[in-house]
Design a protein around this ligand. Structure first.
Ligand code: SF4
Ligand code: SF4
Length: 438
């Protein structure tokens, strides 16, 4: 019977991790569909940024209550991993609490008590998050783009985390009240929460402990594989995402040298149009300007889309959104992820991408959204995992202007004025001080 248990465990483990790595490979393949971008400079600063923002959650604590609660849940994720290590060894070798003799009684008691206290904090955080999300009416958590699956997803994650923690406590309490307890664990939370277990006989406690142990293990495998379909993917991707973040000052755009030179010639009446152009990298001039689909975005922008937590902190500070425009930077990221997943499914089905007649622009993100942006960069500043929705908006605009000559009427007028008058207004430069005459 013992061996059957071990074999079933091993099959479940291999299947769970196999599916998980298959999903990760698919995400990696999809991200590689984007354009290459070199973000490997300043490696020490990148490690520091990742440590501070992804591991240290430095931007989350700008809203202290939600930030601290989020840190509890994040610690819960680490607990799951520590627990998983012991579960895997016990499951494969048929041992019972493998780490107890390795750590020794004192240290193992400290280890198990710490995990229990952290697990309790996770339960508290998860319950508060559930109440806040569903009953408290926080505006950014109840916006249109979250209707349907995104809202259900957020709730499911909380429910799964709650269930995993309850199974963890049940397993510990059953062990605590069992006479055959052979190890020196200390369970300060579960032994009180499940004090009624003291009335159970050995056989019942054994069944309860085994059931909770299996539930916990299968739950972790399920959770791991659920990530692929969820915004919760950020618990993994926040790390590479912050490492590859844009380290340039905010609002510094990636202007093209050739275009900048043209503008300078236009703006400066003394410039020599026949001067030799500065040496530029021929690869710096792209085949198409801007982006109309995910293939035109760079790989970090696609990684951004997969890493978005859908928290809405960007949308909450977006002046366009606040003043009732259609734009929501969170939706820009969600739409980009939806499109890359649509492309991924297309590749899975056909072996390669077959034109589906759709694009990111127009089929997912509307022009009205793109033109509503003030390019203020508040969304970039607000994002807790250093995502840059503005860069995607700018690429979509660049496509519209430079490939389709399709800008709103007001902008076209302004650009014509710049071209003719070297100023955005509809009169000659020489007349610019006429207002002072009156
Ligand atoms: S840059 Fe655009 S999308 Fe971002 S906050 Fe400002 S207006 Fe909103
Ligand atoms: S882009 Fe950043 S701030 Fe906006 S929803 Fe995603 S994770 Fe939150």
């Amino acid at each position: 019977m013992q061996y059957i248990d071990n074999i079933v465990f091993l099959i479940a483990l291999i299947a769970g991790f196999g599916l998980f790595f298959k999903s990760l490979r698919e995400i990696y393949r999809n991200i590689k569909l984007g354009k290459k971008i070199d973000r490997t400079d300043q490696a020490p600063l990148r490690w520091k940024t990742m440590g501070k923002v992804a591991l240290g959650q430095s931007k989350m604590t700008k809203r202290p209550i939600a930030g601290i609660l989020h840190i509890f849940v994040y610690v819960g994720f680490i607990i799951i991993n520590l627990e998983l290590l012991e579960i895997i060894i016990d499951g494969i070798f048929g041992t019972k609490r493998f780490l107890a003799p390795v750590f020794g009684p004192g240290l193992y008691a400290f280890f198990t008590s710490t995990l229990e206290i952290l697990a309790l904090l996770v339960v508290i955080a998860v319950v508060l998050f559930f109440i806040r999300r569903n009953f408290y009416g926080v505006k950014r958590l109840n916006m249109k783009e979250l209707f349907g699956w995104p809202k259900e997803d957020a709730n499911w994650i909380l429910v799964i985390e709650f269930a995993l923690m309850v199974a963890f406590f049940t397993m510990n309490a059953a062990d605590y009240y069992s006479d055959s307890q052979q190890f020196a664990g200390n369970f300060p939370v579960s032994r009180h929460l499940f004090g009624f277990f003291s009335g159970f006989d050995e056989g019942t406690l054994h069944i309860v402990e085994k059931s909770a142990w299996w539930f916990h293990f299968i739950g972790i495998l399920f959770f791991m594989n659920y990530l692929y379909y969820s915004k919760h993917l950020h618990i993994i991707l926040a790390f590479p995402n912050t490492w590859f973040a844009n380290l340039e000052p905010k609002l510094k755009f990636n202007n093209l040298d050739s275009v900048t030179r043209e503008i300078k010639l236009m703006m400066d009446p003394n410039a020599d149009p026949y001067a030799a152009p500065p040496e530029t990298d021929p690869n710096a001039v792209p085949e198409t300007f801007g982006a109309s689909d995910v293939f035109d975005l760079n790989q970090v922008q696609l990684l951004n889309a997969y890493s978005c937590t859908e928290c809405g902190r960007c949308t909450a500070v977006c002046p366009a959104n606040i003043t009732g425009k259609k734009l929501s930077p969170r939706k820009i990221m969600m739409d980009t992820r939806d499109r890359i997943e649509e492309v991924g499914k297309n590749i899975n089905k056909n072996g390669k991408f077959v034109d589906d007649g759709k694009k990111l622009l127009d089929d997912h993100i509307l022009r009205e959204e793109v033109w509503a942006c003030t390019t203020c960069s508040a969304c970039v500043e607000a994002c807790p995992v250093l995502i840059d929705p503005l860069s995607i908006i700018v690429e979509l605009r660049r496509f519209l202007v430079m490939e389709q000559s399709s800008a709103p009427q007001e902008l076209n007028l302004m650009m014509t004025n710049v071209e003719n008058n070297a100023a955005p207004w509809q009169y000659n430069q020489a007349d610019r001080l006429n207002w002072a005459n009156e």
